[in-house]
Design a binder for this molecule. Structure first.
Ligand SMILES: *[C@@H]1O[C@H](CO)[C@@H](O)[C@H](O)[C@H]1NC(C)=O
Ligand SMILES: *[C@@H]1O[C@H](CO)[C@@H](O)[C@H](O)[C@H]1NC(C)=O
Ligand SMILES: *[C@@H]1O[C@H](CO)[C@@H](O)[C@H](O)[C@H]1NC(C)=O
Ligand SMILES: *[C@@H]1O[C@H](CO)[C@@H](O)[C@H](O)[C@H]1NC(C)=O
Ligand SMILES: *[C@@H]1O[C@H](CO)[C@@H](O)[C@H](O)[C@H]1NC(C)=O
Ligand SMILES: *[C@@H]1O[C@H](CO)[C@@H](O)[C@H](O)[C@H]1NC(C)=O
Ligand SMILES: *[C@@H]1O[C@H](CO)[C@@H](O)[C@H](O)[C@H]1NC(C)=O
Ligand SMILES: *[C@@H]1O[C@H](CO)[C@@H](O)[C@H](O)[C@H]1NC(C)=O
Length: 646
């Protein structure tokens, strides 16, 4: 990430956080109230209820404090001035509710004699529908003076005492009222629906009428609720103050949906509290964002740290190199210089897993090979390997590093240019277009000796050995005089001389040249002898002029080449049947075959060291013993088995 992006992103995140965190404190919470109250609710057998009613299943802020319903039974109940009423019906178009006294349910003889009272601030009788029944209790027996009242007489057994009682409809029995008031201990007003009270009321009619209840109108047309509804809000209440509240989509207000009309001190306090909470949450949010940013930044830093660490390691190696070689140290170039010297990478010499190699020209006119390491190669391990290894070397048979480029994602190594390219071109002659590319035996022999010297030099190091791990024809470059130079130290490993055993995770090398112990530790420990094996395979290929393993070859006609050549040796045929040994090169080729077969012994201990190899190559043929037949690690195992038994 670009460093300048950080302040910008931080600022943006802060703004977003403040907006997101501050707004919801007023919006989300109240919006929630709006949404909650917007949905109607059911209570008992009454459905589609809303303000002013509320219940245990409905938040109190959605209703009026005095309109709490008890939904525990089928018929909801409401308390009006401590009296319990059953709510039979709620009509929102007329703002009325039909209620019946709970204490008169299924009886006309309640436990206590209580007048019907309503809260006149909230309710009013619907005079067009309601009428009063008056019930007289505990009357003196019998009222002989008013025999016409006998039909309106009823009995109640209260406290095991039978009482005579009367009922009248206020208007109808006006004349009797004064007598009854006189004669009875209690009288109670019970409103009923006029429509249910016939002119001559009967006992059954009274019971039915009382159970059917009466109608109350609630004070719905209050100005506050109207203002609120007109503003698009929903009427409700503030439970803390038990006052009216208007729930709007953008907040809850005392009336309407704006703060203009809500400048009461309690509202202001609530608003202030909201703002303070908002600010506090915003501050916390910013802190949280900073923590996240710091965390992300630390991740970023740790990545940079790894990079810097490798860079530092590399820098140390370069410093060491400069210290050791003074003016001979490779020059550091910028990537643009690299681009310039390769003419924008126009002339590609080769391609490897590491990246590409391009032909270039130094400002002084010297031709160079520029090896560009591909960006995907992680933290530049190959580059470090190569610089660390090669910066320690100075040998005629090891390629010379002239310069390098080390920028964040661009790494390149500048080598002396090898006009004759790599050895593979000259040994796999059947693949080459020009048949005359085949080198003379003498040249091949000299190349083999020189490579051995180069490797011996790498393995010899005073304190540190360099193990190459990728000896193969492609990595042997030839200068104009066909002097071989070992190149490509991307897989190289440095190891202390005293413990020449290398601990290694995973496999490195190229199939066909890897020593068996490198891909399976069952064969022994990985050491400089692993390079000896690869060298042996390389020399065998030089002798055979072909790949030891050729994936393209058919199994039936061809055998594993080292296997075949060994059989020739056993038969004393000097390899002639294999068609690789000519008269002129007989001694040389025989020597090379014997040495390489010693080199590819399965057990690393059986292989000679590189200085012994040089000795063997330079010595006489007679001094060389025929090596034991190596247990060859051919990929065609079954095939090898059948050929050995035959
Ligand atoms: C509930 O009331 C709304 C309007 O207040 C009406 O549209 C809807 O039909 C009613 N639902 C029932 C089941 O009465
Ligand atoms: C109504 O009042 C009665 C007694 O006063 C009480 O027992 C009852 O629980 C109250 N009901 C509600 C819903 O408040
Ligand atoms: C509600 O009251 C209106 C007006 O008084 C009336 O027309 C309507 O029928 C009533 N609704 C119910 C369900 O009783
Ligand atoms: C009911 O109210 C009347 C006056 O309206 C009163 O005389 C009577 O005693 C009351 N009854 C009871 C049981 O309180
Ligand atoms: C019933 O009587 C009460 C007094 O006890 C009175 O306040 C009320 O208005 C009467 N209701 C009707 C419908 O006349
Ligand atoms: C009330 O009780 C008396 C005597 O106990 C009885 O004569 C009368 O018929 C009863 N009235 C009614 C309506 O049941
Ligand atoms: C019934 O008796 C109880 C006490 O035993 C008393 O409090 C109550 O008032 C009595 N009821 C009537 C209607 O007299
Ligand atoms: C809330 O929204 C209403 C419109 O729905 C608007 O009239 C009112 O001013 C808004 N209130 C605030 C505090 O933004």
């Amino acid at each position: 990430m670009h460093p300048h992006l950080f302040p910008t992103i931080t600022l943006l995140l802060m703004i977003v956080t403040i907006t997101l965190i501050h707004c919801p404190t007023s919006l989300r919470a109240d919006d929630e109230k709006y949404l909650t109250c917007e949905a109607p609710f059911n209570c008992g057998n009454l459905v589609n209820l809303s303000y002013p009613f509320w219940a245990s299943n409905r938040p109190n802020y959605c209703g009026h404090p005095s309109f709490q319903l008890d939904c525990s039974s089928n018929v909801p109940q409401i308390n009006i001035t401590t009296m319990n009423y059953r709510v039979l019906e709620i009509n929102y178009s007329s703002w009325t509710l039909t209620v019946a006294r709970t204490d008169y349910l299924d009886t006309i003889c309640p436990a206590a004699f209580v007048n019907t009272t309503i809260d006149n601030n909230l309710f009013s009788y619907v005079t067009s529908s309601d009428t009063n029944l008056t019930l007289y209790y505990n009357c003196r027996l019998p009222l002989v003076d008013l025999p016409n009242l006998v039909p309106f007489q009823f009995n109640c057994s209260i406290n095991n005492t039978n009482f005579i009682n009367y009922y009248t409809q206020s208007s109808q029995t006006f004349s009797a009222n004064s007598v009854l008031i006189e004669a009875c201990n209690y009288w109670v007003n019970v409103p009923v629906l006029q429509s249910l009270v016939p002119t001559v009321i009967t006992y059954d009619a009274v019971i039915a009428a009382i159970d059917s209840g009466f109608m109350l109108e609630w004070d719905a047309s209050n100005s506050q609720c109207d203002t609120c509804l007109n503003a698009g809000g929903l009427c409700g209440s503030d439970p803390t103050t038990s006052t009216f509240a208007c729930h709007c989509t953008n907040g809850t207000f005392a009336s309407g949906c704006s703060t203009e009309s809500t400048r009461s001190s309690s509202k202001m306090n609530a608003r202030m509290r909201e703002i303070i909470i908002g600010i506090a949450v915003a501050v916390l949010g910013i802190v949280a964002v900073y923590i996240i940013i710091c965390y992300l930044r630390r991740e970023q830093l740790s990545k940079e740290f790894i990079f810097r660490k490798t860079t530092r390691k590399n820098d140390e190696n370069i410093k060491e190199f400069i210290l050791n070689y003074g003016s001979l140290a490779p020059k550091q170039y910028s990537y643009s210089e690299i681009k310039k010297m390769t003419n924008s990478f126009i002339n590609k010499l080769g391609q490897g897993g590491y990246g590409g190699v391009y032909k270039g020209k130094l400002p002084d006119g010297k031709l160079v090979a520029v090896k560009v390491l591909s960006e995907s190669k992680g933290n530049g391990e190959d580059f470090i390997n190569e610089v660390a290894s090669i910066s320690r070397t100075s040998h005629v048979n090891i390629v010379t590093l002239l310069g390098f480029c080390y920028e964040k994602n661009k790494q390149a190594l500048i080598y002396e240019f090898m006009p004759n390219g790599s050895l593979d071109k000259f040994i796999y002659h059947q693949e080459s277009s020009a048949k005359n590319c085949r080198l003379e035996w003498k040249t091949l022999y000299q190349i083999a000796v020189d490579i051995a010297r180069g490797l011996e030099y790498l393995h010899r190091g005073c304190s540190t050995r360099i193990l190459h791990f990728d000896i193969k024809p492609q990595n042997i470059l030839l200068d104009e005089d066909f002097t071989p130079k070992i190149s490509d130290f991307g897989l190289a490993k440095l190891c202390q001389r005293k413990d020449s055993i290398v601990s290694m995770f995973g496999m490195r090398g190229t199939a066909g040249y890897i020593a068996p112990e490198v891909f399976s530790r069952n064969f022994g420990r990985v050491s400089h002898k692993s390079d000896v094996y690869s060298y042996g395979m390389l020399v065998l290929e030089m002798v055979g002029g072909r790949k030891n393993f050729d994936v393209g070859m058919s199994n039936s006609s061809e055998t594993y080449f080292p296997d075949r050549i060994y059989k020739d040796l056993e038969l004393g045929m000097d390899g002639r049947t294999s068609g690789v040994i000519t008269e002129e090169g007989e001694e040389i080729s025989r020597k090379m075959i014997l040495v390489s077969l010693w080199c590819i012994q399965t057990n690393p201990i059986d292989r000679p060291s590189m200085n012994k190899v040089v000795e063997m190559l330079e010595g006489t043929l007679h001094s060389l013993q025929i090596p034991p037949k190596p247990f060859l690690c051919s990929p065609k195992v079954s095939h090898v088995d059948s050929s050995t038994t035959s």
